[in-house]
Write a protein that binds this ligand. Structure first.
Ligand code: NAD
Length: 295
């Protein structure tokens, strides 16, 4: 079993640490939120005083941070984690970040004799808690081969998408599609309400018909049909509007850089941007149904 340092214990990182501990790994944790650290310690992790302190003697470092700027700062700012690791250590960044930063961090790691992959996830907080996340990884065969058994403690489907940054490329495409699907499901359920069609009836039909998708069947934005979805808990996140907006902006930057045509992605970005600007950044992203239906 490995000696792991884990940095970023939020909605996703917290339950991921719990699964690493259940699998028998020894995990040293750090987060700028003392409350998040004490929750992880309650579950069997040991607390480190800083991000760098998690790296001392660690065979593996895992990060689960909000965005590229946080990842860059933790890895390579003054007293960065990459400088504190011993040569040969393995670094796994599970945060969803921009492709250029992911590639840069892997280059920085390799300069220091480390092996590193980008390994963003899909599956939400439910998947993190159940240990059924999908990991999409970018990096060398050797780094991926070492990371795979560690990731198996937290996930069910572990994919090697390609070279450095390929995991983030897969993730940005996935979340572009997810945002559009959540908006589509919201429009469908909004129209059903206007047509006096019961939401549960629409769910029963559509979830076995051609509009079936994860945004409907696992994360339905109306209360009732999927009891575990945030809609039943006043849209407590989950995956926040702010995080979805971040990912949509990443998709639009990538589309601009590559010349890809994403008209619905552009529209989805505008909708989430407008909803966030009304003070809803902290709600679950499925609350976009309120914006669409004017509730
Ligand atoms: P979160 O905001 O709940 O957690 C992020 C954690 O990082 C917080 O606890 C925060 O205190 C900590 N943090 C920030 N800066 C730090 C620093 N410098 N040092 C140490 N800790 C620091 O976010 P989350 O929902 O857990 O998401 C994390 C990442 O996973 C994001 O990139 C997100 O896009 C991605 N993701 C989230 C979900 C989801 O459903 N929540 C699903 C897939 C992917």
């Amino acid at each position: 079993m490995a000696k792991i340092g884990f940095i970023g214990l939020g909605n996703m990182g917290g339950p991921m640490v719990a699964n690493l501990i259940s699998a028998g790994h020894s995990v040293s944790v750090f987060d700028i939120s003392a409350e998040a650290v004490s929750r992880a310690v309650g579950g069997g992790a040991s607390a480190a005083d800083s991000a760098v302190a998690t790296a001392v003697g660690a065979e593996v470092i895992i990060t689960m941070l909000p965005a590229g700027a946080h990842v860059r700062s933790v890895y390579v700012a003054d007293d960065g984690v990459l400088d504190a690791l011993e040569k040969g250590a393995l670094v796994i960044d599970c945060s969803t970040i921009d492709v250029p930063t992911a590639r840069d961090m892997i280059v920085e790691g390799e300069k220091r004799g480390l092996e590193m992959i980008d390994a963003p996830v899909s599956g939400g907080v439910g998947g993190a808690a159940a240990g059924t996340l999908t990991f999409m990884c970018g990096g060398t065969d050797s780094a991926f081969g070492r990371a795979e058994p560690i990731l198996q403690a937290m996930g069910k489907n572990i994919f090697h998408a390609g070279a450095a940054g390929a995991g983030q490329s897969a993730k940005v495409c996935n979340n572009l599609m997810l945002a559009i699907q959540m908006i589509a499901v919201s429009e469908g359920f909004g129209l059903a309400e206007k047509l006096d069609l019961d939401a549960q009836k629409l769910f029963d039909i559509a979830s076995t018909a051609t509009s079936q998708c994860w945004a409907m069947t696992s994360y339905c934005p109306v209360p009732g049909p999927v009891p575990t979805s945030p809609a039943n808990n006043d849209y407590a996140a989950g995956f926040t509007v702010a995080m979805m907006l971040k990912d949509l902006k990443l998709s639009q930057e990538a589309a601009t850089t590559t010349g890809a045509n994403t008209p619905l992605g552009a529209q989805a970005t505008e909708l989430f941007d407008a909803y966030a600007a009304l003070g809803n950044e902290g709600l679950d992203f499925s609350a976009i149904i309120r914006h669409i239906t004017g509730r």
